[in-house]
Unconditional design. Sequence first.
Length: 303
Amino acid sequence: MKKLLVFNLFLLFAFAANAQAKFTVPAQKFVAPAEITFTNATPASKKPVTYAWDFGDAASVGASGNTSTDANPTHRYAHSGNYTVTLTAKKGKKITTFKQMVQVTAPERCLVEIETDFGTMTAELYNATPKHRDNFIKLAEEGYYNDLLFHRVINGFMIQGGDPDSRNAPAGTALGMGGPSYQVPAEFVDSICHLKGALAAARRGGPGNPEKKSSGSQFYIVQGSPVNEQTLNQIETMHRFHYTPEQRAAYLAEGGTPQLDQDYTVFGRVIKGLDVIDKIAAVEKAPGDRPLKDVKMKIKVIK
């Protein structure tokens, strides 16, 4: 989970001979993705005119986005690593510089980020569904999903994407049949259900797919709708399984699409950015449920 951490940098600037900008780092480990606020504690009377921060992660974020001129900047480290933070302070012709290393460790859970124009969703991939987890990570690290579309959006139900044919697809093009040349075996887990935010694999329906194998790349994220006890009872009767008290409570509180349980593989869940699902689900759509304005994605593995 994205974690907000306050990073106290005690800065003491003395622009006399041999003085240097200085800060200390708390004896604390940060876990990716880590959002760190650098707090300037320089006495007001000695504050320099300008600050220049280099957060040391240009290799992971590109040429832009890893510097700041704010007095108290906040910076986000998406990946683990040892980063050298450099602060340069300038007052008139006097310039002082200080460097300190920041250590960001890898998360214990497998996390991915799904970036869109409507915001970023952070999702956890479940270890209980290793085939789907590993396949999703492989494709994401290859850049397979970058610039693909959420090509099917149904408000109150789900948002679907991952069709490689959607990249640069002209308006009106029928989408939803593309994917790699393989399917992923179903991984149904009793303890995992289609609550709001569930990340699940799309698949072909009907008698042509009796084993309910998943698409090699297409997925959907549940928005869902309110759920009541009667609906859960009906689904239990139809599918001949029983929800735990905890699952029932979660459905009643959060909503979802329980009618899909044990029929499509859920392999993860959005843990931050649920509002992004709502925003995408609400866009104006053409016949066939494709958004009139393309909703592109970019997926990164947090490690």
